[in-house]
Each structure stands twice: as C-alpha cells, then as structure tokens.
Design a binder for this molecule. Structure first.
Ligand code: ATP
Length: 368
C-alpha cells in the first residue's frame, strides 16, 4: 500500500571499502521523499562516494539502498530513476539549449518531449533562450540548463555533487535560493553534497554531517547548530566557544556547572548522560557584551568577565575576542545596533541565556 513515505531513500548499514581503506563506514540514513537533504563534511569524508553508490556508479561493499520498497542496490544506474548534476555542466556545445534538454527524452522515444523540455526550462526560468547554444550562456545559466535536463524526466531522486562549486560567491548565493525554489516546486528528493556549512544550512531541510566516512549527526539545520551532538559538528557548523565545565548539581530544570570557579547554568536535559566533566558550548552571537562591572546583566543569565583583546568592525557586526582570567579567549559577534563599541583593553562582562548553550562529552577532541 502506498504511504506518505513510499518514496523515501534509505541507506542501510552502507560500507564502502577500497582494498584496506574504508571510505564510508556503516552509514544508515533515511532521506524523506520530496525533501532537500544535504550531505555535509570536509574533503575526503565520503560524501561523493555515498552519492555515487546511490547513483549506481559504485557498488557498496556491505549494505542495501532502497527507494521506498524498491531495493536498488543491484539495479543498473540507468534503471534506478536517479539523476545526477555535477559541478561541470557537461552540456553538448553544438546543440541548442532545448536540444540539450530533450536529448535523453528523444533517445527514449518520449512523445511529448518538446513540451516537457519547455516546462523544465520554464521552471529554471530559461525558456526564453531555448534556441541559444551553451557557449552563449553564463556559468550560472549553464548550470540551470543542466538542472532542467536532470529533472525533465522527473526522477525519484536528484543527486547534486557540489553543483555550485564553480560559481563565484554572489552567483552561488543566488543559485542557492533558486535551487531551493526549484526543489520545492518539483517536489523531487534532492540530495546535495557540499563542504560549505552555510550552503547546507541555507538550502537543506535536513543535514547529515559526515566525518572520516562516518555519520556524526543528522537533523534539522537549526537543531544541529543550536545543539550539536559532537565537537566535530559544533566546530564544523560555524564557530563555537567551548568551556571546560564540571557538573556540581542538578537542582531542577537548570543544572549547576562550575567553570574555573564561576557558577554557570545549563538546561538539565542538555547534560550528557553519565558525564561529569564536559564542554559547555556557546555560539559567538549568543554572547552579549555588557559593562565590565557586570551591571546590566539580568537575573538568570550566565556571565563571565574578561578583557577585550581584539575588536574588528565588519559592517553589520563587530567581532570581538575576549580573554578570560584563565587565559582562554572567547569569540563574540555583536550586532552593530548603535551601541558604543568596546575597545581593546576594556574590561567587559559576557552574558548569555542558559538555554543558548549546549553540552558536549569532553572525552571527545574539542578541536576536531
Ligand atoms: P571531496 O569533497 O574532496 O570530493 P568527499 O567527501 O566527496 O570529498 P570522497 O570522494 O567520497 O570524499 O572520498 C572519500 C575517500 O575515499 C577519500 O579518501 C578518497 O581518496 C577515497 N576514494 C574515493 N574513491 C576511491 C577509489 N576509487 N579508490 C581508492 N580510494 C578512493
């Protein structure tokens, strides 16, 4: 019986070994049908290998791949109903844009191929230049043609391997928004590979963070950012300040922590079970600079005092480094909202709400 999840893409216990090297290590993922899913991680973590296994270009050493109830692990690439968009557009230079998009449909004898191609070109807003040749188009436009060609036959899954990597930053930002719009209009499952955390957070409904062939964490971008499960995720998704903390009591909803002799608090459910010594993490933009004597810190906020060692104006915000009495420097990002800026050498107090911090098991490497 067809259900809402009848087209989910499922990777079950996937391992890929090249001789003795393990590129992907026991990876399991459920990618909901119709979602925009990002595989995020540093170079060499196994993202492309994972994508190639879904495409059918590589065979897993162990594990199964399913779309809905259909096990495609042993299905040939061209029979999977999965398409891929690469960073290189791979358009036929001698064919018009329209002929590039209709190419695959004509080969398979689809009757209304022209209407289908025009519909796909409309979706990427290029129908008006259907007669032009690829060389007459900018890089961003060529990438949109490649996208139209990849969705024209409505695959179950579209794989995107760093598709925006060749574009300059401004165009890249525009295309991120454009890709998101196109995905929500066509409703095809998009699996997007990137090493750019901002790109993944901008576009994806769900992000899977990979490191050294393994899955670190999977979830909603907000959850991964606000409550990372590992030091790797905390450091890979933006900047993190990590303070060595000791749990000294859990009197109620808030747990008491000792950080170099100062009492700080954290929502009790965020504690790592069974762990006494941990990292207390807080993002730079969650810290607020107040007067050095601590006046202006509202009740219930965590606070630490320190000295400003660097202040860099970036337009929208000022980035500070604040040295704490034990020598550790915290990064602070403060919106420029008309308040006077603190200069280097000033004593300041940093304040933040307990719920704006997270806990990590300190047995993990904090600088992963
Ligand atoms: P990048 O962003 O640089 O493409 P990635 O996360 O996509 O990185 P993969 O391309 O999946 O990483 O590669 C993962 C690891 O597997 C790398 O160390 C790579 O050298 C190795 N690898 C990939 N393909 C092969 C192969 N055919 N033979 C041996 N090792 C391979």
């Amino acid at each position: 019986m067809a259900t809402e999840s009848s087209g989910d893409l499922r990777l079950i216990d996937i391992t890929k070994r090249y001789e003795t090297f393990t590129a992907v290590d026991n990876l399991s993922l459920v990618i909901p049908q119709g979602s925009f899913f990002a595989l995020l991680g540093p170079s060499g973590c196994g993202k492309t290998t994972t994508l190639r296994m879904v495409a059918g270009l590589e065979q897993p050493t162990v594990g199964r791949i399913l779309i809905g109830d259909r096990d495609i692990t042993d299905t040939k690439a061209y029979q999977r109903n999965v398409n891929t968009v690469f960073q290189s557009y791979a358009l036929f230079p001698h064919l018009s844009i329209l002929d590039n998009v209709t190419f695959g449909l004509r080969r398979r004898g689809v009757s209304d191929y022209k209407a289908k191609a025009m519909e796909a070109l409309e979706l990427v807003q290029l129908a008006h230049i259907a007669k032009k040749k690829p060389a007459q188009l900018s890089g961003g436009m060529q990438q949109r043609v490649a996208l139209a060609r990849a969705i024209v036959n409505r695959p179950d899954v579209l794989l995107l391997d760093e598709p925006l990597g060749a574009l300059d930053l401004k165009l890249r930002r525009q295309m991120q928004i454009e890709l998101k719009r196109i995905q929500s209009e066509v409703g095809i499952t998009f699996v997007h590979v990137t090493h750019d955390q901002e790109e993944a957070m901008t576009m994806a409904d769900t992000i899977a963070v990979m490191n050294a062939g393994r899955l670190e964490q999977v979830g909603d971008p907000g959850v991964l950012y606000e409550n990372p499960a590992t030091t790797f995720v905390a450091n890979f998704l933006g900047q993190s300040n990590l303070l060595k903390a000791e749990v000294v009591g859990t009197p109620g909803e808030l747990a008491d922590l000792d950080v170099h002799g100062t009492k700080l608090r954290l929502p009790t459910p965020r504690l790592v079970e069974g762990v006494q010594t941990m990292w207390l993490g807080v993002r730079p933009e969650k810290l607020r600079l107040v007067n050095g004597d601590g006046t202006g810190v509202e009740d219930g906020l965590n606070s630490l005092t320190g000295t400003v060692t660097d202040a860099s104006f970036t337009g929208l915000a000022t980035n500070y480094l604040v040295r704490l009495p034990w020598g550790q420097e915290l990064a602070v990002v403060q919106q420029n909202d008309g308040m006077p800026r603190a200069s280097v050498g000033t004593s300041v107090t940093l304040a933040w709400a307990p719920e704006h911090s997270f806990a990590l098991d300190s047995r993990q490497d904090a600088h992963a």
